[in-house]
Design a protein around this ligand. Structure first.
Ligand code: 5CA
Ligand code: ZN
Length: 419
């Protein structure tokens, strides 16, 4: 699947440090350095309906910031993102609105691309829709079944009498692989049970060996899309799509698995479980998660409908650079609330910064500018502290220092904000 246009990232003098990022699987800051000058990152992409709201934007801006730090540190980045373009919520929305699910997905992915390009988000190297990789996913599920880690469950409403849903056996995986429940999420059983039920799981499905066993393959049903395969007609479960797309694009082991914190459990726990079951290796070094953006007191979500869309803000004339700055005013790991006031502050800040860099002066600028660059590299490389970076730039702007033009390049390269 094509992604979107790549923004120019201005080169900066010298090199930044390798960033350290908070890893949810250990609860510690970890140096995200990759191997041999390359870092691999997989960030879970959208389920294409009601995109792109500010919560999505905030998550992708967080990982864009990480990518910019890697580039500044002289590393090559292999960035992969999926599109969940066939899944229950998308199909439900399509049928509720009378739109073909493929058309709904295609139009929303196109809107997402336009929003990402406007926000100057560096595109993934591989942008992969689930519908493009159903066959390798079915092959992977077949291997898990052959290895005794996947099992069929009676499926009376399957279209074909021989059709069966297939589930992952978490107890068998914990016994026979290096994965065990909680290895990535570190959550207690009660929280896992709550999140599993609330986030697409089916604890009460009859015939499952464990209430938390996740779906690997859904047999074809009347009125639902399905694909022929060696394991029967059907479509992929949610977690296995990300395991297979990441493994295909990045190999068995890579640096960062990313997404919003609503994916810590069950999604990233089970994506890692499936991958380890397939390869025998640990999935990612670092499990990094962005906090949740709320609006009107609750998590911004498609199911609640309390959405602020990037496209709507842009259509009302808001500069995408101001949207970006409004998001970056919050630490990526914090949960925070989108407000008009926050956006107004960002608009005012952007104007201040722009007028400060609009008075270039060749003499006496370098010392201050170099110090600012060093400070930004320092705070950003310590778990992407964008509020501290913004405060440092605010202080520099308030001092009305002369600039050779370097500050504008720094703000563009490291924060993605074009002045
Ligand atoms: N397609 C799956 C991942 S494989 C999915 O979660 N899609 S999504 O459209 O619901 O979300 C896309 C990304 O935005 C995910 O990384 C998710 O964690 C993140 N996200 C969703 N809502 C919010 C929110 N309110 N605040 C911050 N991030 C969010
Ligand atoms: Zn995912």
């Amino acid at each position: 699947m094509h992604s979107w246009s790549r923004p120019v990232v201005p080169p900066l003098p010298g090199r930044g440090p390798v960033p350290r990022v908070f890893d949810d699987s250990t609860g510690a800051l970890v140096e995200a350095r990759g191997v041999d000058g390359r870092v691999g990152i997989y960030v879970c992409g959208i389920t294409p309906y009601d995109a792109t709201h500010l919560g999505h934007a905030s998550t992708y801006l967080a990982f864009d910031g990480l990518q910019r730090l890697w580039i500044d540190a002289g590393l090559e980045v292999d960035y992969v993102q999926n599109i969940t373009d066939v899944d229950d919520p998308l199909l439900e929305r399509a049928s509720a609105t009378g739109v073909d699910w493929r058309e709904l997905a295609a139009s929303q992915v196109e809107l997402f691309r336009t929003d990402m390009a406007a926000l100057r988000v560096i595109p993934p190297r591989d942008y992969v829709a689930v519908t493009e990789v159903v066959e390798p996913i079915a092959d992977a599920v077949g291997r898990l079944v052959d290895d005794g880690l996947g099992y069929t469950v009676d499926t009376p409403d399957a279209l074909d009498a021989s059709g069966h849903d297939i589930y992952f056996d978490i107890a068998a995986a914990a016994e026979r692989t290096d994965w065990h429940l909680g290895i990535e999420s570190r959550l207690d059983p009660a929280t896992m049970a709550e999140f599993f039920a609330a986030r697409g799981g089916d604890p009460d499905r009859a015939g499952k060996r464990n209430r938390l066993d996740p779906l690997l393959w859904r047999a074809a049903r009347a009125g639902e899309p399905s694909w022929p395969s060696a394991i029967g007609d059907g479509r992929p479960g949610w977690h296995i799509e990300c395991s297979v797309i990441a493994l295909d694009a990045l190999g068995p082991h890579f640096c960062v698995q990313g997404g919003g914190s609503d994916l810590v459990f069950p999604h990233h726990e089970f994506s890692a479980a499936h991958a380890t079951a397939l390869t025998g290796e640990r999935f990612a070094d670092v499990h990094a998660h962005a906090g949740m953006v709320a609006y009107q007191g609750e998590k911004m979500s498609k199911s609640l409908g309390n959405l602020v869309l990037v496209s709507a803000l842009r259509a009302s004339g808001v500069d995408p650079a101001a949207i970006r700055l409004a998001v970056l005013a919050h630490h990526y790991r914090d949960d925070w609330e989108w407000t008009e006031r926050g956006l107004d502050e960002a608009i005012t800040r952007l104007e201040r910064w722009r007028s400060a860099v609009a008075r270039p002066s060749a003499s006496g600028a370098e010392g201050d500018e170099d110090a600012l660059l060093a400070e930004l590299r320092r705070v950003l490389s310590s778990d992407l502290d964008t509020p501290a970076a913004i405060a440092a730039i605010d202080a520099w702007v308030a001092g009305s220092h002369p600039t050779s033009g370097l500050v504008a390049r720094v703000v563009d390269a490291l924060l993605g904000v074009q002045l």
